[in-house]
Design a binder for this molecule. Structure first.
Ligand code: AP5
Ligand code: ZN
Length: 216
């Protein structure tokens, strides 16, 4: 299956992507994770992307699209994938459609995680990520047994640079202006399925897998 996850920052895309990708046995391709990997490695791509990420802006389309094009060309993505965080605006979605057309395939379904802004702010303010295994935690909604230490791998937890209050506000603004139009774009293609992404993580996963059932 070729699936796109859409939703505001903090909707739980990364959290759910892990479970859904395992269910589909397809690779998860997260542009946010790819950028953060490059930032961590200090690559030229990472140095350029960080300027935009730290201010809550989108990284320019050309940079993002080239990165995704390379990733989609890798062997494990040929039969299916879950895209998390891409496309992020209508021009990116149009380029993605063209790229896939060249490969003779198309997006099967776009899953929208629906969460209100006030809940997003609570989620992002308390998010912590493991430096060791990448598992996403939350100080209140999904806490570790020992504060700051991952239950899964004993790695240290950190807070993302873009989870500061002023950057969260900017990311939400950018989402509503630039990313939300994708909901209409994919509705018009008959590919959009929306689910309520509030409540326990496991319940959201169940809803997601139920919603994807007809497309599998
Ligand atoms: P990216 O990493 O994609 O950030 P985002 O879309 O803002 O999404 P997040 O990763 O913040 O949130 P999420 O929805 O994955 O939520 P999570 O599962 O972590 O992008 C970062 C930046 O990179 C962008 O700002 C941009 O600069 C750049 N970028 C990326 N893609 C780009 C593109 N295509 N074009 C241009 N630029 C791009 O969950 C959040 C918290 O909530 C966690 O603590 C979690 O534990 C908790 N939580 C999850 N589910 C629940 C639940 N059901 N109940 C309670 N808490 C929950
Ligand atoms: Zn860990």
């Amino acid at each position: 299956m070729r699936l796109v996850l859409v939703g505001p920052p903090g909707a739980g895309k990364g959290t759910q992507a892990e479970f859904i990708a395992a269910h589909l046995a397809a690779p998860k391709i997260s542009t946010g994770d790819l950028f953060r990997f490059n930032v961590g490695q200090g690559t030229p791509l990472g140095i350029e992307a960080k300027k935009y990420m730290d201010s809550g802006q989108l990284v320019p389309d050309e940079i993002t699209i080239n990165m995704v094009r390379q990733r989609l060309a890798e062997q494990d993505a040929v039969d299916g994938f879950l895209l998390d965080g891409f496309p992020r605006n209508v021009p990116q979605a149009e380029v993605l459609d063209d790229m896939l057309k060249e490969l003779g395939v198309k997006i099967d379904v776009v899953l929208e995680l629906v969460v209100e802004d006030d809940e997003v702010i609570r989620r992002l303010s308390g998010r912590r990520t493991c430096r060791g295994c990448g598992k996403i935690w939350h100080v209140e909604f999904d806490p570790t047994t020992v504060e700051g230490v991952c239950d899964r791998c004993d790695g240290q937890l950190f807070q993302r640079d873009d989870d500061k209050p002023e950057t969260i506000a900017k990311r939400l603004e950018v989402y509503h202006e630039q990313t939300e139009p994708l909901v209409d774009f994919y509705s018009a293609q008959g590919k959009l399925v929306g689910i309520d992404a509030t409540g326990p993580v496991e319940d959201v996963t169940d809803r997601a897998i139920d919603a994807l059932g007809p497309f599998e």
